[in-house]
Design a binder for this molecule. Structure first.
Ligand code: PLP
Length: 431
């Protein structure tokens, strides 16, 4: 595979951009080799600067649920551009998307738009602290909530991949208010709550974590968290930046039937534009400025182009009766195919899947939290990644990520991925 243009661009980029990239995982450090510079994307495919074509299994880390360049979303963006790109004043589209989000996501009665998932989680924690008058919050080991200071403790994929979970620049003062618990373990939460009685504002988690590789909640776990939070006056926050609009219209909270007090959203909500949102119960969201005392603002929040893309995306998901069944079919076909090939080759690697998200872990032990995710052979994953890339399949460049499938992945394309998977396994394991 000729990647000379990407190599050239990466060499130049490193002179002007830290590490040559604008977000760390893109640099491929966890898998070796050099990142590809992408020129364009369409449907199920990415194309790099050298003209190589790749089947897309990350889809911009989630947003491109309908594949790249979806005609409806593209048309909406182009049309919105005709009327100007930013006003810094309210627009009809913001009212429309807010009403739509409230109708789709069970826990959300009011919603505030921001520009990224990071902003959404930072703001949600601030509001939870303001609302409860408490300082501390609980987060789960290996869960990622963006790069806000108070979340960069045991923070999953990016940080985990760099072998540096606690970032310099986050003060001890900030870190002391973040309490860490293992995922899928209710006793640990009971202990933390007992030791910090009346001091915890919120418990935030990815209900279905994808940032330490995909893990699933154990039976009754999310409801157990709900019960503890209700009993203790702690706000339960589901970070559905990844799972929102992906697992169902109403995200993981709809799938598992557990309603949090607040929800954070991102990725799909912008249809490929930089958008995030946080919302929740009316009385909590009434604390947000200018309705209430907790300050949060944004020059480009609710940007008309971004709202046009997001609104079109969400309207499509809200009205297409087949989209989630289709995504589930795609996820099932791919992971069942992987499992049956592995079995044929005498391999017993763990595959976790829900809907259109999955992770293949290079361990034969079950993976359900941060500790068990670490059993994976990351060096072997790196080889697998390169072997797949060589065969034209673009995976997330880290063992500790989920793949994000799109509706553009038709059966014949999945069959090609499976052929590549078999060849890659044979190659890297010398079978
Ligand atoms: C991606 C992600 C974020 C951060 O969103 P950005 O838009 O990258 O700031 C937060 N939480 C979860 C669960 C995510 O997957």
């Amino acid at each position: 595979m000729n990647i000379s243009k990407s190599k050239e661009l990466f060499a130049k980029a490193q002179n002007f951009i830290p590490g040559g990239v604008n977000s760390p995982v893109r640099a491929f450090r966890a898998v070796g080799g050099e990142p590809l510079f992408i020129k364009k994307a369409d449907g199920a495919y990415l194309y790099d600067e050298d003209g190589n074509q790749f089947i897309e299994l990350i889809n911009s880390w989630g947003p491109m649920l309908l594949g790249h360049n979806h005609p409806k979303v593209k048309d909406a963006v182009v049309k919105a551009m005709e009327d100007g790109t930013s006003f810094g004043a309210p627009t009809a589209r913001e009212v429309e998307i807010a009403e739509l989000i409230v109708s789709m996501v069970p826990s959300i009665e009011k919603v505030r738009m921001v520009n990224s998932g990071t902003e959404a989680t930072m703001s949600a924690i601030r509001v939870a602290r303001g609302f409860t008058g408490r300082d501390k919050f609980i987060k789960m080991e290996g869960h990622y909530h963006g790069h806000g200071d108070s979340f960069l403790i045991a923070a999953g994929s990016g940080a985990m991949t760099m072998g540096d979970p606690d970032s310099p620049g986050v003060t001890k003062g900030t870190a002391k208010d973040t309490l860490i618990a293992p995922y899928n373990n209710l006793e640990a939460i009971e202990e933390l709550v007992a030791a910090n009685s009346g001091e915890i504002a919120a418990l935030i988690l990815e209900p279905v974590p994808g940032n330490m590789g995909l893990c699933l909640p154990k039976e009754g776990y999310l409801q157990g968290l709900r019960d503890i939070c209700t009993r203790e006056g702690i706000l339960l926050i589901f970070d559905e930046v990844m799972t929102g609009f992906r697992l169902a219209k109403g995200g993981a909270q709809e799938v598992f039937g557990v309603t949090p007090d607040m929800t954070t959203l991102g990725k799909i909500i912008g249809g490929g534009m930089p958008v995030g949102a946080y919302g929740g119960k009316r009385e909590i969201m009434e604390f947000v400025s200018p309705a209430g005392p907790v300050y949060q603002a944004g020059t480009l929040s609710g940007n008309p182009i971004a709202m046009a893309a997001g609104l079109t995306m969400l309207n499509h998901l809200n009205t297409d009766p087949n989209v989630y069944a289709e995504l589930s079919h795609i996820g099932t076909k791919l992971t069942e195919g992987i499992k049956s090939i592995n079995q044929e080759l005498g391999l017993n690697y763990t595959v976790n899947r829900i809907g259109s998200m999955y992770s293949l872990f290079f361990t034969d032990k079950p993976v359900f939290d941060f500790e068990t995710a670490k059993n994976s052979d990351t060096a072997l994953f790196g080889k697998y990644f390169q072997a797949m890339l060589k065969r034209g399949v673009y995976l997330a460049p880290s063992q500790f990520e989920s793949m994000f499938l799109s509706t553009a992945l038709k059966d014949d394309v999945i069959d090609q991925v499976l052929v590549a998977h078999k060849e890659a396994m044979v190659e890297i394991l010398g079978l």
